[in-house]
Structures are given as C-alpha cells and as structure tokens.
Design a protein around this ligand. Structure first.
Ligand code: ZN
Ligand code: ZN
Length: 148
C-alpha cells in the first residue's frame, strides 16, 4: 500500500515505521505520520504523538471525514522547536474541504511531539483537470468526480 502521507513511498517503509514506535528525526515526519494515522484511524498514535501539555484526554476520530491529500508547504526546525505548514484535503458530507494549518512541534527527551496548531478550514471545489484531492495522483475528472 502507498503511504497516505503523499511521499509516494510504501506505507511499510514510511509512516508505518513511526506508527510502530520508531522516532521521527524531524517535525515534518511526525506531521506526516499523524496525518496517516488520522487517515487510517490509528487513534493511539495520534494521542501518543501529541505533546503531554496539550494532549486531549480522549479522542474519537470521526469516521465521517475522509482524508485525502496532504501537501506540506514548509517545514522549519530551530533547535527543539519546529513548524510545519500544510494543506490537508478532506471529504465530508458530500463536499471537499481544505484544512490549512501551521502546526507547532516540540522536541522533548529526544522525541518530537505535535504541540498545537493554527488552522483555517475552507470549502474547496476541485478542478476537473487538477490532481484529485483524494491523493490518488489521477485527474479529478477521472477519479472522485466520476464516483460522485
Ligand atoms: Zn508516510
Ligand atoms: Zn480521487
């Protein structure tokens, strides 16, 4: 299976490593692994990669939200802090949307954690000839538009 995080790598050689307990070398890798975990509904990983100061007591991932493509625009790292700016596409109640977020990551005892994020949610209408927001790599008109 191709990894949901949009690297184009095999899941087994990509986010699965982190999901199975390997430590990320950089904030962007945690970001990717968290996105994959949302998509695969791996709630334990989503919680475990959350900074203890901001981690919710419990989490129920919505099965109504179907996550699509992830686009990381910028990842910066200075010492024990990192910021990742990304767009995440999702499909919910018959519509596509984008979550545009800048997340803050902190490194503690050698482990990178997601701390918090500033997000804006927007509606999104895919273009027929653009890559499908589901992340298939196929044009929208030949992918999810056909199935809609
Ligand atoms: Zn991945
Ligand atoms: Zn599609």
């Amino acid at each position: 299976m191709i990894c949901p995080c949009d690297t184009g790598h095999n899941y087994a050689e990509c986010c699965a490593l982190l999901h199975q307990g390997a430590q990320a070398q950089e904030p962007a890798a945690v970001m990717r692994a968290r996105f994959s975990a949302f998509k695969l509904q791996l709630q334990d990983f989503v919680l475990a990669s959350w900074h203890p100061d901001t981690r919710p007591a419990e989490l129920r991932l919505s099965s109504h939200t179907r996550w699509g493509r992830l686009q990381i625009h910028q990842a910066i790292q200075t010492g024990h802090q990192g910021q990742v700016q990304f767009d995440a596409y999702f499909f919910e109640e018959g519509r596509w949307g984008i979550q545009q977020e800048t997340s803050l990551f902190l490194k503690e005892s050698g482990i990178w954690y997601y701390h918090s994020g500033e997000a804006a949610i927007k509606q999104f209408t895919p273009e027929r000839n653009a890559p499908c927001p589901c992340g298939s790599g196929i044009k929208y008109k030949r992918c999810c538009l056909k199935r809609a």
